[in-house]
Write a protein that binds this ligand. Sequence first.
Ligand code: UDP
Ligand code: MG
Length: 312
Amino acid sequence: MDISIVVPVYNEEENLRPLFDRIVETMDGLGKSWELIFTNDGSKDNSLKLLKAFHEERPDVVKIVDFNGNFGQHTAIIAAFERASGNVVVTLDADLQNPPEEIVKLLEKIDEGYDCVGGYRKERNDTPGRRYASRLVNLMREKMTDIKMLDQGCMLRAYKKNIVDAIVKSRERSMFIPALAYTFAANPTDVEVEHSARNAGESKYSYYKLIRLNFDLITGFTLVPLQLFTLFGFAASIGSLALVIVLLYMRIFCEDNTHGVFTLFAVLFFLISLSMVGIGLIGEYVGRIYQVSQARPRYILRETVGFDKNGK
Ligand code: UDP
Ligand code: MG
């Protein structure tokens, strides 16, 4: 199999028909062997019914992974990755914000020898709030981790098989696929892609969900927040130690001896800040253990459609 296209679907009934038609037209035009894996991430509308109709229409390409609930976009993509048999795997959103025709651009870059190709959206068709939030989290990721990519929020991306296999083997529970792929890639690149407004329906991401997603990104790829905490503790303890010295000096050598309470406070602050360093240090270790220890199943399946006995 040459190419696997992976699409996570969560309540996208109005978008699926045009999406499917445009993907089929683009991919059939390439003259390569391909498959299209939809993960139904617990949709409550008619999405699953439509996906099954697509499978009836094109049993040669359409495969479905049906989740027993909503496990999130990245988990939906992982489940499809586990079953993808293409030498190249492409991800895109179901809401037509990523035009399927742009897949061709990504595949060209793969053919040039890159193993991980990210799309970046020059002109984003999202609300201004989303655009600013996005700029901020891109900046945070840039400063705190050594992951260099142009647009972490764009899910129109292509990966070579070995990268996908490495992602599937990673056991962390909440993952941010573009960043993980980047850490495994030997030769990543970015390519400019079009970005449309959502075709129909609403964004499935509330600000709260977005913040949580970005916590996954930060905690999954860096310990900088814990380190900042430790550094703060150090700074506070040095400051309060200085205060202790000043107050002791005044108590012993100055005539005016009314600083008793303040001396106590200074000592107290010193001890509190020392214990902050301690908590920060423990946090360092707990954070590391946390990163490797979580091993619950990522998702529960209801059924799969179109895969053979080996699950491919
Ligand atoms: N999605 C999903 N599970 C979720 C949320 C979203 O499978 O819990 C899918 C959704 O159907 C779409 C893609 O992930 O195909 C991106 O979602 P959305 O367009 O709502 O995100 P936005 O473009 O607003 O970032
Ligand atoms: Mg969208």
